[in-house]
Every structure is written in C-alpha cells, then in structure tokens.
Design a protein around this ligand. Sequence first.
Ligand code: B12
Length: 476
Amino acid sequence: EPVIIGERINPTGKPRLKQAILDVDLDYICRLGLEQLENDAHILDVNVGVPGINEAAAAEKTVLALQAVTSAPLQIDTSDYETMERALRLYNGKPLLNSVSGKDESLAKVLPLVKKYGAVVVGLALDDDGIPATAAGRLAVAEKIIARAAECGIEKRNIIIDPLALTISTGPDNAAVDLEVIRKLTEQKIKTIMGVSNISFGLPSRDAVNSTFFTLAMEAGLSCAIINPQSKAMLDAYYAYRALKGLDGGCKAYVKRFADSVNKVPTAAVSEYTLHDAIVKGLQEQSRLAVTRLLETEKPLDIINTQMIPALDFVGNGFEKKNLFLPQLLMSADAAKAAFEVIRDRMADGGAVEKGTAVVIATVKGDIHDIGKNIVKVLLENYGYNVIDLGKDVAVEAIVKAVLEHKAHVVGLSALMTTTVGAMAATIKALRDVCNCRIVVGGAVLTQDYADSIGADHYAPNAVSAVGYVNEVVEK
Ligand code: B12
C-alpha cells in the first residue's frame, strides 16, 4: 500500500512559500504541513532551498517547528551536504533523506551521513552521465547505489529508489520507463519513490495525466508517492485504487472520503483556523487572525472563556494522557499568548477609569505559568487599578517587599501546579506577618477548600471573580 508524501513544502515555483522561508515565517510553513496531513499525507517533504539563504539554518528551524506541531515523519529534501548533516542531526526519530544519486561525489558525501544517523535514503536513478534513457540504465544506477551503500553498512531496507519521472511531452516512452523500473525493483523487494506530477510537465489539464500515471505506478508497485495531497484527482485515484485492490475493507475509507467531500472541498489555498484550533495546533499567526475576526462580534472575556481556556484545557489533558508533549504545550501556550495580546490591546482601547488602588500580582515561586495571571492583570487594569505585576516564579521576599513598597491593598497570587501551592501558602504566611492586605488566589489546581486552608481571603476561579472581589474590597 503506497505511502503519500506531501510535496508542498518546496519553494520551487511558489513565491509565497519562498517569501515565508526568507522571513522565517514558520507559522506559514507549519500550516502548509498540517493542511497536507489533514488531507491524508503520511509524510511531509521539507525543502527550504531558496537561493542565497543559509539553507542549513533554515532547515534546522523548519524541522524543529514542524516536529513541534506534528509527529508525522519528515523527508529532509536537499542537495546541500551541510543542510543534510545539520537536519539529520537534530531530527527526532529515524530520518528520511532525499537524496543520494549515483554520482561518485554524492555517494561519497551522503552515504556516510546516512549510516551515521541511521537514516533511510532516497537513491536517484542518475549518475555522472545524467539520467539514463532506458529502464536497464536506471536499474544499473540503482544497483550501483545499493552496492555502495552496502559497503558503508547500509541495509537495502533503508534505501528507496526514485526512477525519476520525466515529462511525456518530450519523450513518449518516459512513463513506460519509470513503470518498468518500479516493476523490476518491486520484484526484487526494493522500495520505490517518485515525484509523480513531473510526468505531465508542459501539458494542459495535468491532473488527468498525473492521476492516471499515479494509478499505473501504484499497480507497478510504487511504495511512496510524492504528490500534492490537496489535489482531488490524486487522492481520488489513491482511494479508488485501494478499494479496487482490496486494501480498503468494505470500501470504508473510500466511502468516508466521499461523504467528507460532500461537505468539504479540498483547500487550494492555506485555510483559516478557528481560535480554538489555532491554539491547539500551536499556530501563532492564525491565532492572531482568528481572535481579530472574533473580536468583531464577541466580547473579549467570552472569547477567553469559550475558546482560549477550553483549547488550553484540551492540550493540558492531552499532555496528561501523554498523547501531546512539552514542545506542543509550549507552541499552544505561545499561540494563546499571541491571541491574548490582541485582546489586551483591544481592551486597552476601552478607556479605563483610573482608580489608583495598587494591586500586586504574581505567580508564586517555582511556577512559570502566567497566562491566567496575565488575563487577571489586564482585566484589573481595565477596571482602572494600578497593577504591579511581579511576573512569574517570584520569591516570597520579593512579593512582601513590593506589597510594602506600593502600600498595596490587594495581592493576587497564582499557582498552577500541586507542587507550587506550597509556595503560595508560604507567601500568604509571610504577608500576614507584616501587613493586613487582602489576598486573592487563583490558578487551575486551586480549590475553595485549599484556598481556605492556606488562609487566603478569596478564591477566584476566573478573572471576572477576581475583579469582583477587588471591587468589593475597594468599596469597603
Ligand atoms: C500552558 C501550560 C504550560 C505552559 C505555560 C506557559 C505560560 N507562559 O504560562 C508551559 C508549556 C511552559 C508549561 C510548563 C509546565 N507545565 Co503546564 N500547563 C499548561 C496548561 C496546558 C494551561 C495553563 C493555562 O494557561 N490555562 C489557561 C489559563 C487562562 O487558565 P488558568 O491559569 O487556570 O487561569 C484562570 C484561573 O485559574 C484564574 N487565575 C489564574 N491565576 C490567577 C491569579 C489570581 C490572582 C486570580 C485572582 C485568578 C487567577 O483566572 C484565570 C483566567 O480565568 C495546563 C493545563 C490546564 N488545563 O490548566 C498545564 C499544567 C498546569 N502544566 C503542568 C505541568 C506538569 C507543567 C510542567 C511541570 C511540565 C514539565 N514536565 O516541564 C511545566 C512546569 C514548569 C514550571 N516550573 O512551572 C500540569 C500541572 C499538574 C499538577 N497538577 O501539578 C498541568 C495541569 C498539565 C497536566 N494536566 O499535566 N505548561
């Protein structure tokens, strides 16, 4: 059953992506990746070769960003040896490298890297004399690559041969040659890979040619197809082929795809995400755009409560169940912060009334969670309070000092972990020893009972409750 490799992260002929690579707009690149995965790609090709840039540095950043938003395998696609080495080095898992060729220099440089990093490598059927015209010629190059790899200790199963699709508009036998190479290699149990759409270069209505060639190639045994998963014709061919070959019991996947397509047209351009999805997927720019759209119709606090917090809860739960990992949590937190900055700026436009009362706010020692505390801060400022924000991971003494210095009437403390509520208790105790300020506490792990047990004056389950309490204290 062939594997689909999404081809869209490749700047050739794509000015928007080229610009994104130049601007290090990782958000855009990640979205291109996620969309292909949503459209059933199994692996993402990653090619950031834009002339004149530091390709190795760009590849490192891109691989890290993609691996933070998806666990799908990546194909590192480059002809630059330094880029290969650096991307292979930091890739999590077993990398797929595209490519080595039958050229002596390429074999000498690439194969040791493949061995060193335990990669799977794509072997291109071309050598110092170019691309052989015949199937026999390309098979000979494949044999040479496999033999040289064996000398380096690389097993056959870690090599995938690309017969190289050349357009049929200039050579009537080009498709037949590829299919012959794929058939012969499949008989020898050697895996094959191909960038399918090159076959139609220069022709009109390319999808028709590509999808038919794709079907023929699958029938010949193609193991990996580098295609645009957002092409309806290609995916139709793929699912129809699986159903016809008995690879799709009860035609379930085929029928599901049809049912889905009634509701959804495959996206040709990069699509819009809801705020919830943008945060869950860790996309900062999408998060900003989504929140900006929402602010046209909804209130800031409603957006926080109905989209931001549920999205963070969702990733928090995933993290707890171990199906999401820390890099993803970090990406989501950054996306939530990006959205919140937009909300904050909007709230600041509201023209707050200065009440002047000083409120000191901090996340306690040992705890670096500050998204919730920042929301409380902005809301308090919006109500005209003079908020002195001490930040996160703040020592007991620093909080005491600030409260005395600013003669604060109210102190807000945040703790999000069971391991840091102890620091909250210690802070309250130290404050009680030196002043009679009111203390309001909040943060995901706290409860009313716990707040009572550590001597807090008020437990605020959310930012609105926090403001209500401060208003009450000030009025009294
Ligand atoms: C985002 C996040 C992170 C981000 C934080 C980024 C940041 N700048 O804040 C990052 C990725 C850095 C992170 C790191 C870690 N995290 Co974390 N994280 C979360 C997550 C998913 C969301 C928290 C959040 O922002 N929620 C949204 C905000 C708006 O809600 P909130 O904080 O509750 O705030 C509201 C109210 O509580 C209240 N409130 C909050 N503060 C205050 C303060 C005052 C004064 C008042 C009045 C009210 C108030 O009002 C707010 C608005 O309504 C939670 C899971 C969850 N569902 O809560 C885990 C979670 C808190 N993290 C957890 C853990 C374990 C960690 C790490 C230890 C992971 C690790 N192995 O490294 C580290 C901790 C490092 C440290 N020393 O602190 C655990 C804690 C488990 C526990 N029971 O102790 C949780 C619960 C995830 C889980 N289920 O396992 N995390």
